[in-house]
Design a protein around this ligand. Structure first.
Ligand code: RB5
Length: 149
């Protein structure tokens, strides 16, 4: 992965404002951003939005994903059904660093009804700025990958 990973963003209707704030923030940090919507607050279904962002990573069109719904939980569950995706919900910066450093997570899920915008943006920065440590953690991530086969 390059020093500035390409980031895909999606959400459901519960998280439009937070997703757009995150998009602006990561663009400001110099990342290439693919915000795949939705753009209206009309009620929609989080699985399709989580899966669409996950598929972009699986296809090599983005390096990291940030997906948002009311709690982060439903959209995370959907994304993790796509082969090659490792997505965790985080509500603190320590966990956001650790899912990159130890779990090589390629997607972060956030809850727009859980987090204030300031904390959410700090969590996003912790996630995108942390590299996978490899080593013994690589062995364990390989074990996760093997479960998909
Ligand atoms: C939508 O009302 C809500 O269920 C969704 O945003 C999310 O929290 C599901 O996990």
């Amino acid at each position: 992965m390059s020093s500035k990973p390409r980031i895909v963003l999606s959400s459901d209707h519960a998280a439009i404002d937070l997703r757009q704030a995150i998009a602006a923030h990561v663009k400001g940090l110099g990342h290439e951003v693919h915000d795949i919507g939705p753009t209206t607050t009309e009620s929609t279904h989080y699985p399709k939005h989580g899966a669409a962002a996950a598929q972009m990573i699986a296809d090599g069109d983005a390096d990291l994903g940030i997906i948002v719904c009311g709690t982060g939980q439903g959209i995370m569950m959907a994304a993790n059904k796509v082969k090659g995706i490792r997505c965790g919900v985080c509500s603190d910066t320590f966990s956001a660093k650790m899912i990159r450093a130890h779990n090589d997570a390629n997607m972060l899920a956030l809850g727009a009804r859980v987090l204030g915008e300031g904390l959410a943006l700090e969590i996003v920065e912790a996630f995108v700025d942390t590299a996978f440590e490899g080593g013994r953690h690589g062995t364990r991530v390989d074990m996760i990958k093997a479960l998909e086969e």
